[in-house]
Design a protein around this ligand. Structure first.
Ligand code: F6R
Length: 587
């Protein structure tokens, strides 16, 4: 989604704001802008494109001033134009605002502002109502705190915004979208994402919902929406979130794929108590709902296979965005296990609030331990895979799956006896030679359709592999349960079609070989991901032989690599796929 950043410092803030926006642009990258207050006015520069390109053109980082705000956008309301890029100024140019989220009642507020206050709107965004409301209320009271309290009374929706006043105040307001205050001796920063923190800042305050902070010079005060001083705690952010960089890799996506031999070992570690509690809840529940979106939903489907197969639990997976349509069927007092990398996706937060209304006990698995979802949960286990910047989830997916296996193993009294070092070694082996996958990517770079099939617990991985391919290569890809081919999709097979078959040597192998013959009879080509060679493969992507039940952890790595190298062959930047952004905080 959008990223917002505000900074007060003893020195010029524009260079730091621009470099922080660069670090945060994975959450939105269609346009960018800054507003900086100097001696007499607020100066704004904004344009369409990514941070470096717009900065090269407009020299945003050269504006002088010790307090300012910045924004990278993922458009929701209004097209991708310079006018719609943030910051947005009020009509008197005395207040600038950057915003993440949605103002649901902006149409009626706009009409009211036009009708009663002759406000002229310059953009088609929902955001522009905020600086104008602030300005009208500020004019009445000449009090920034009062103006904020009056403005939030008028706004409906989930949002976080920063406001820069010509009088020098920098304000951050949080209502259901994340907002963090970074503190150090010389600098105070407001950011939607810890990744955006300047390098010298590691002490942070996570604002709660319905709180705002006012920064004036280097003092800050935090209030709730009623205007009372709020309690807060200062926390230290982990080192891995500071100085995030690609290192020697071309893209974050491939760096994160290659981190998996390490991240798989850290999944859920250090959280033993919470993991045990989650296991206890699931063990004692008659019914467990597992929910997530996109990649995290695919993990929910795997949870059903693992928890029912190894622990005999009754589990239902529900897409987070579909929860409200299933809500009347939710069994009261059950357990809801919410899965999310960010813990901020609007859909998962809504699913959890529906669960709460049915008295569900909320458990969660999250990479961001200070997220909104963590606050809604009785117990949370952390992925511990460090920041994931690539928009396509890779290492977070395998960490989520590793935690599921840990839970399943505990539920069945260690029946799986998993040694994650074996998995880590197998990852290293797959990653040590990517030449076959690179060659495959070269050969199939002009295809327009790709199918991925898998059966049983491999089916969600087929869906996940297809999602990765869609997201970063723009090739239409479909994940299909092998047995379903003959019920329709075979109609699409001909000599130009490629089918990736997830085919480890386990109980799905024989049935997959039948599917392969059906596919080959239609002259389509087979890409087999397997530990066992079969002459029907046109391409064989070999994976190491491991304990049979654990193949889902392995087979996803070649699928991630196929998606990555296919994106490269097709000239697409996999870190910034079009129309997408990390962490979807709107419905
Ligand atoms: C795809 C991907 C998305 C997310 C989804 C939910 O690569 O990352 O499908 O999984 O948007 O996000 P979280 O897990 O943060 O709730």
């Amino acid at each position: 989604m959008c990223s917002i950043l505000g900074l007060f410092s003893n020195s010029d803030v524009a260079p730091t704001i621009v470099s922080s926006l660069k670090k945060m642009e994975y959450r939105g990258y269609d346009s960018v802008g800054v507003a900086i207050k100097n001696e007499s006015a607020i100066q704004t520069k904004k344009g369409v494109g990514k941070v470096n390109a717009v900065n090269d053109q407009l020299q945003m980082d050269k504006i002088g001033g010790h307090v300012g705000i910045g924004h990278t956008r993922w458009a929701t309301h209004g097209g991708v134009t310079a006018e719609n890029a943030h910051p947005h100024m009020c009509n008197t140019d005395s207040i600038g605002v950057v915003h993440n989220g949605i103002i649901e009642n902006y149409v009626e507020l706009r009409e009211e502002l036009e009708r009663n206050h002759n406000i002229i709107f310059k953009s088609s965004t929902d955001t522009e109502v905020i600086p104008n409301l602030l300005q009208i209320f500020y004019e009445k009271s000449h009090d920034v705190k009062r103006a904020i309290m009056d403005t939030v009374q008028k706004l409906k929706g989930h949002y976080a915004f920063l406001a820069l006043f010509k009088s020098g105040e920098l304000v951050g307001v949080r209502n259901h979208e994340p907002l963090i205050v970074g503190v150090s001796d010389n600098d105070l920063v407001l950011t939607s994402d810890v990744v955006g923190l300047p390098e010298n800042i590691s002490s942070v305050i996570y604002l709660d919902n319905n709180q705002f902070v006012i920064i004036k010079n280097n003092q800050y005060k935090i209030y709730n929406f009623e205007g009372h001083a709020a309690q807060f705690a200062i926390k230290t952010i982990p080192k891995s979130y500071q100085n995030v960089s690609k290192g020697s890799y071309d893209h974050f996506t491939i760096k994160e794929i290659f981190e998996q031999p390490t991240t798989i070992l850290a999944a859920g570690e250090g959280d033993d108590n919470n993991l045990e509690k989650i296991v206890e809840f699931i063990r004692d529940s008659d019914f467990v709902y597992v929910t997530g979106s996109g990649t995290s939903y695919h993990i929910s489907v795997i949870a059903k296979y693992l928890f029912s197969r190894f622990a005999g639990k009754k589990v239902e997976h529900v897409m987070a965005s579909e929860m409200k349509y299933s809500s009347r069927y939710i069994i009261p007092n059950s357990t809801m296990f919410a899965i999310s990398q960010s813990g901020e996706s609007a859909d998962i937060l809504e699913a959890v609030s529906i669960g709460k209304k049915k008295n569900a006990q909320i458990l969660s698995m999250i990479n961001s331990r200070n997220s909104s979802l963590a606050r809604e949960s009785i117990f949370t286990v952390g992925l511990n895979c460090g920041p994931e910047i690539g928009v396509a989830a890779t290492k977070s997916y395998t960490s989520q799956m590793a935690i599921l296996y840990k839970i399943a193993d505990k539920l069945c009294d260690n029946c799986l006896a998993i040694d994650f070092n074996t998995i880590s070694d197998a990852y290293s082996k797959i990653l040590s030679d990517t030449s076959k996958i690179k060659e495959l990517a070269k050969n199939i770079k002009d295809i327009s359709n790709l199918f991925v099939i898998g059966r049983g617990v491999h089916y969600p991985n087929a869906k996940e592999g297809a999602l990765k391919i869609k997201e970063i290569t723009y090739v239409h890809a479909e994940g299909i349960a092998g047995g379903e081919l003959k019920h329709g999709p075979l109609a699409l097979m001909d000599s130009s079609t490629y089918v990736i078959v997830i085919n480890p040597f386990d109980d799905s192998y024989v049935d997959n070989i039948s599917s392969i013959h059906e596919i080959k009879s239609r002259e389509a080509k087979i890409i087999g991901i397997s530990n066992k060679y079969d002459p029907s493969y046109d391409y064989w992507i070999e994976i190491p032989t491991i304990r049979e039940e654990l193949y889902p952890l392995l087979e996803i790595i070649p699928l991630q690599l196929i998606a990555y190298y296919l994106a490269i062959e097709r000239g697409i930047d996999p870190d910034y796929p079009k129309n997408l952004a990390k962490s979807v905080t709107v419905k």
